[in-house]
Design a protein around this ligand. Sequence first.
Ligand code: MTE
Ligand code: MO
Length: 326
Amino acid sequence: MLLKTRPQHPIASSSITPEQIYWQRREFLAAASGALLTSMGLGLDSAWAASSKAYPELPQVKPNPSFQDAELKKKLTRFEDISSYNNFYEFGFDKDEPKKNSQNLKTKPWTVKVHGLVDKPGSYLLEDFIKPYALEDRIYRFRCVEAWSMVVPWVGFPLRLLLDQAKPTSKAKFVTFKTLYDPTQMPMQMSRSLDWPYTEALRLDEAMHDLSFLAVGVYGRILPNQNGAPLRLVVPWKYGYKSIKSIVSIELTAERPKTTWELKAPDEYPFYSNVLPEVSHPRWSQKTERILGSGFFSKRQETLPYNGYEAEVASLYKEFDRRKLY
Ligand SMILES: Nc1nc2c(c(=O)[nH]1)N[C@H]1C(S)=C(S)[C@@H](COP(=O)(O)O)O[C@H]1N2
Ligand SMILES: [Mo]
């Protein structure tokens, strides 16, 4: 995983939607600190509209009031940044490659298998998979292990609700997720750079935590392919690589599986991967993070314990040494 910075392009809004009001505010702030950025933005008006509106709106999405923090709302990362600076190694290792190379990923029909140590296993078409749940909008912080961060309004439902339906047996201790394996569509799966299919896992009690979220959209619209369409995990108190994309398999297991990044470099990307600013990555500090989309002279901010969710999740780890849990 490499760090790479590139200029961010401010884009003025044409029609007023809630997210665009936030950007206007951002641009106002940008204007206050440098008029150049705003003037560049004017010409990109229609480019923005095209990039957002290419994605169908999800019907009946309700904001979950517990995750609409006013301060975070002001810091929302623009759709344009969320959808053009990505890690999705199946489509390439540079941040701009997933967007370029994932456009033909076939996300319909899409089948998700729920299996392993559950009373109610099943294979579902995505439409049927999400049908039982009310889609909600949750604004979460997102922190990549590479020390950049964003604030994202995800659309989806808590993973816990799915697990409640699948009914894990008493032997189930972990939930294992797998991404689609199809090298004809995901060209980097032909290389041996990582152990494919991309695999991630949570302890069952982590998976049952209300914050663990299955996302099908962002900014009220379906997920762009590069963000993990049509279904991805979001675990906001852990480093981004735990938030596995384009999921086809959810399996309850008794044993802890080896995860993809753990297999690659266990000392750098261990199983727990909780965001802990005091625990450095072997090759860099995790004390601060670069704010994605904060302009050419990127701003940094302090990283928060458990990425700001300490009050909610610390009890999951009380009997452990935090350092072992990174
Ligand atoms: N299948 C799969 N899931 C993945 C990855 C990946 O390469 N493949 N990258 C992870 C990493 S390192 C991060 S930071 C996030 C990035 O999500 P985003 O592109 O939506 O910001 O996805 C995670 N999920
Ligand atoms: Mo990441």
